[in-house]
Design a protein around this ligand. Sequence first.
Ligand code: NAP
Length: 296
Amino acid sequence: MRVAFLGLGIMGRWMATNLVKAGHEVAVWNRSPGKEVQGARTASSPGGAALDAEVLWMCVSDTKAVENVLFGPGGAAHVLKQGMIIADSSTISPSATVRFAERVKTSGVSYVDAPMTGSKVAAESGQLIFMVGGDEATLARLRPLFEAMGKQTFHMGPTGKGQSTKLVMNLQIALIYEGFAEALTLGAKLGVDIEKLLPLVQASMVKSGVVEYKAPFILQRDFSPNFPLRLMLKDIRLALDAAKESRVRLPGLEAVEEVYDVAAEEGHGDLDYAATLTLLEKWAGVEVKAGAKAGA
Ligand code: NAP
C-alpha cells in the first residue's frame, strides 16, 4: 500500500521501518529535519508526504501535534482525497479524535484511532498491540499494515474508542508502576534485598508485566527513555480530564499525577517514566540497588 507516515520519534521510526520492510511504499515526514527511514521517501511537509497516499498514519506526541499535522500550515488535510484512510497511533484525547474524524469525513476520508501498547522494543520488533476505534471495513483494509507493525489488533468500537481504551490501559500501568516503585523504596529502607524480592514478586499473585519489563532497567539504573515520563504525564492528564468529563473520581491517579508533576519539574521529563522511582528515593534518602543495606 502507499502509506504516508508522520512522526519519527521513539515509536514512529520503527513502525515506519517495519512498513518498508513489509514491502509498502512509504513516504515519511518529521517536524525536526534529519530524521529519516531507509527505503522511504522523505517529504518536507505532512501534506507533501500525504500526496498520492492511500493511508496516512500518524504517531506524534499529543492532541495539539495531531491537529497541527492534519490542519496546520502544510497539513495533510489540504491534500485529502475520497477513499483515503487516516490512522492515528498517537495517544490523544478521545473527544478531539471524534472531532478530527468529523472534520475529514466531508472529504470522504475514513478515520481510525489506533493507539498501541508495547514500548520501543515492541515497536522495533513489530510486536505492538493495537486497540482500534473505527468501522470494520476500514480495519479490514488496514490489516496488512497492522500485521507489519504489530502482533495483535483489538477492535474496541467506533472512532474514539481506541483512545478511550488506551487511557484506561495507561492508567493501570501508571498505578502498577507507582505501587512497584513505592514497594521498592520502602523495601530499600527496610533492607529487603531487591534481587530476592523480584523472583518472589513474580512467583506470587503480585506478578506483573510492568515489573517484568522495568526491573532489569532499574537494576542497571538505566532510565533512558522507552516511554518518556513527559508522555506518561500527558496520558495521566488525559485520563483525569476524561474522568472529570464523565464525573468519575480517580483519587489514586490524582496522587500519582502529583509525583509525575514534581518529577517533570525536577527535569526528569525526557527520562523514562521509571525514573519517578528516583524521586521516591530522594524523598526517602535511599537508593534501590542490588545488595543495598537498610537505609543505605
Ligand atoms: P517521541 O519520541 O517524543 O516522538 C514524538 C514525535 O512527535 C516526534 O516525531 C516529534 O517531532 C513529533 N511532534 C511533537 N510535537 C509535534 C508538533 N507540534 N507537530 C508535529 N510533530 C510533533 O514520542 P514516542 O515515544 O514516539 O510517542 C509517540 C506517541 O505514541 C505518543 O502519543 C505516545 O504517548 C505514544 N506511545 C508511546 C509509547 C512508548 O513507549 N514510547 C508507547 C505507546 C504509545 P520532533 O522529532 O520534531 O520532536
